[in-house]
Design a protein around this ligand. Structure first.
Ligand code: ATP
Ligand code: MG
Length: 679
């Protein structure tokens, strides 16, 4: 097997320029009610207490059999957590809450269009629906413990119902984001070896009913090409009894779930007691870079980790109304819409639609109507909401105690808008840095104990000990102002167990680069490579610069794309910004900025000049962009991340690569035309 290309910092230690931001502190009211209010918790998770400190997280779960070994390191880096323990994920998320909270809302589903009523799914109703679907999967679907089932489902309650039904049976679920193509779904079906696909006929997006079932046909065909047969396609109907797709149902292969379920009404299934180390699900990485990898997450370790981080970092209490406006098709949704909130017995809001449809007030109306008090979203959504309705939140009567951001570095300008306008200055904000592979947060702040600092995610979270290495394997000291590769020195319960079916690739990608001794069974010799560039300030807070390949080297100066974008966003007219490198004869690389403006503003040279001046002021002359291009929109992935690779391709007159995972592929030609005709 060809070795994975290893990330490279092209210069060993080069100063990063940025301005340290001021701290913000939460209100006394927030601190008084916080789950983590006593600083002793930080002590309890100190390195001298590793790995036993994680017992505290595992004790948030209900075990059928308690474990005998907290961490087994005998076969690095295939760590085993809570060995000897047995439990069931569905029991922990649903059954155990029935005694006290049977009729409490587990989920509140907000469907589209807006005139539709919200639906409340109580823990009791969730229990019924999960049991019936589990009985169907086992009886009709023919799946058994250890099998894989692929879902291609949108943001509907049927998605968590399907996940929990699999978990009840010890079946490994693999959800493919609903917005992905049939082919992308087929690749993942084949990779995971699923014989059953669970999908839906259609769903609402931006006010229209989208035909989704057609993608299932493409998916089955794509999987077949790769040698994997799908026996059954189980089709949930968005409106039971009516079929919303034009795609014909294939006799003997496709079945309407609502019809088959009639045979399983009132059935229940004993939760299968699984070893802590049994895989719970696969989550394929989003594919911003390289071929997707099936990250395999465990049952005991993963659940312990998401329960603990949800409790202490999201500050979830059972009586909260918690809304994570991500898609369950991403790891954020698995960990922090479904598993984390349900483990803690809270109420989790599911929203089918897009945040800005039909207008900029939609999210705030939902927050007002449902009494949401914890809100969680991504910088891309925050930027979009700020662009379309900068003062919209003040029109609604809602009050948040806590807000989270995840997915990309957040520019301090955007952070402040989130804090001041969305949070009305009342909410504690946590920036959570992590990735698909890590199951839960890696870098963040304990909201009552560690002050917020816009643009920095914070120190390593409880029990996570990060380190930054340079290209020569030296540790980059905090406060040195130098950037490097951020790694995690220790194993933790949420880390992926392996890449499904590719154990060598797993070792290669995450552990080869900084492994100190391949024969060692001491975890200290096996740092986990996160793949992000970062700097650590003297206060221990990390500032994430983006993926290692998102760093631009201008005449030996390492400029994070995020620093450039943050500087650009200080210009009031700018809504979104992307920095890309272009070839430059003199300096090796130069910077080009792509900018989208706030609505109603016309492009013009004065804005271009303001952007260049802001970058010069905030970062330095060296970073002055060669061009500032004002474009109507940025090419984005379905999860809302700007595809800098595509823009860089245009800027350099090069191939833009695969654009099939873009949410808005049509923008590519627009930008190309605009830029290349002007160059
Ligand atoms: P792929 O690995 O498939 O190329 P991806 O890395 O975008 O795609 P995710 O696991 O969804 O897939 O995203 C994780 C990445 O997102 C991190 O490596 C980091 O670059 C970025 N990220 C996530 N949260 C934050 C945050 N709070 N601050 C800065 N960057 C973040
Ligand atoms: Mg990644």
């Amino acid at each position: 097997m060809a070795a994975e290309p290893q990330p490279q910092l092209s210069e060993a230690q080069i100063a990063v320029h940025w301005r340290e931001e001021d701290y913000y502190r939460p209100s006394a009211k927030f601190v008084a009610q916080a789950n983590a209010g006593d600083p002793a918790i930080i002590e309890r998770f100190g390195e001298e207490h590793f790995p036993e400190c994680f017992r505290e997280y595992a004790d948030l779960l209900t075990w059928d059999t308690y474990w005998h070994t907290t961490l087994d390191t005998s076969r690095p880096p295939f760590w085993k957590w809570f060995v000897g323990g047995r439990l069931n994920a569905c029991y922990n998320c649903v059954d155990r809450h029935l005694a006290t909270s049977r009729n409490k809302a587990a989920f509140i589903w907000v469907p589209e269009p807006e005139d539709q009523d919200t639906r409340t799914i109580t823990y009791q109703e969730l229990y019924r629906r999960v049991n019936e679907f589990a009985a169907l999967l086992r009886g009709f679907g023919g799946v058994d413990t250890g099998d894989r089932v692929t879902f291609h489902l949108p943001m509907v309650p049927e998605l968590p119902v399907s996940m929990l039904a699999c978990a009840r049976l010890g079946v490994i679920h693999s959800e493919v984001f609903g917005g992905f193509s049939g082919t992308a779904c087929g690749d993942r079906i084949a990779d995971s070896g699923s014989r059953v696909l669970v999908t839906m006929d259609g769903y609402y997006r931006g006010g229209t009913l989208v035909d989704h079932k057609a993608k299932a046909d493409e998916a089955v065909a794509a999987a077949r090409k790769l040698g994997q047969e799908v026996d059954k396609v189980l089709v949930w109907r968005r409106h039971p009894g009516q079929y919303a797709s034009k795609s014909p149902m294939v006799e003997g292969r496709d079945f309407f779930v609502d019809e088959i379920l009639a045979d399983y009404r009132g059935h229940s299934v004993e939760p299968v007691s699984m070893p802590a180390e049994a895989p719970l699900f696969l989550m394929y990485t989003s594919g911003t870079t390289g071929r997707p990898k099936g990250c395999q997450h465990s049952t005991g370790g993963y659940l312990a980790y998401v329960a603990g981080t949800s409790k202490y970092y999201q500050d979830i209490h059972p009586e909260d109304t918690y809304w994570c406006a991500a898609d369950i098709g991403w790891i954020t949704g698995h960990s922090y819409i479904v598993y984390g909130p349900l483990l803690l017995g809270t109420t989790s809001v599911l929203y089918e639609g897009v945040p800005t449809y039909p207008d900029a007030g939609r999210c705030w109306r939902i927050a007002e109507r449902l009494g949401v008090n914890i809100f969680h979203t991504a910088p891309t959504t925050i930027r979009m909401l700020r662009k379309v309705g900068p003062h919209e939140p003040s029109n609604y009567d809602y009050h948040l105690k806590h807000m989270t951001t995840v997915g990309e570095p957040i520019e301090p300008e955007v952070w402040r808008w989130y804090h001041d306008e969305v949070g009305k200055g009342e909410a504690a904000v946590v920036d959570t840095w992590w990735m698909t592979e890590t199951g839960g947060f890696l870098g963040s702040t304990l909201p009552a104990l560690q002050p917020m600092k816009p643009g920095s995610c914070g120190p390593g979270v409880l029990g996570i000990y990060p380190v930054i290495y340079d290209e020569d394997d030296n540790v980059v000291e905090a406060g040195s102002g130098k950037a490097g590769n951020i790694c995690i020195r220790n194993p933790w319960p949420g880390v992926l167990q392996t890449v499904w079916g590719q154990p060598d690739r797993f070792v290669d990608i995450y552990y080869r680069r900084y492994c100190k001794d391949q024969d060692s069974t001491d975890w200290r010799d096996w740092p986990f490579l996160c793949g992000d560039g970062a700097v650590q300030a003297a206060d221990g807070y990390f500032r994430i610069l983006g993926r290692i390949d998102d760093v631009i080297n201008v005449a030996g100066h390492r400029l994070g794309t995020k620093e450039l974008e943050s500087a650009t966003l200080t210009v009031a007219e700018v809504a979104e910004a992307a920095a890309v490198p272009v070839m430059d004869e003199l300096r090796g690389r130069a910077v080009e900025m792509y900018v989208a403006l706030n609505p109603g503003l016309a492009p013009g040279p004065e804005i271009e000049q303001k952007v260049a001046a802001a970058i010069e002021r905030e970062i330095g002359k060296i970073a002055r962009p060669r061009n500032v291009w004002i474009v109507p929109d940025m090419p984005k992935t379905r999860s809302g991340k700007i595809m800098r690779r595509v823009i860089a391709g245009i800027s350099n007159f090069a191939d833009v690569g695969d654009v099939t995972t873009l949410a808005n592929p049509e923008i590519v030609d627009d930008i190309r035309h605009h830029v290349q005709s002007a160059k």
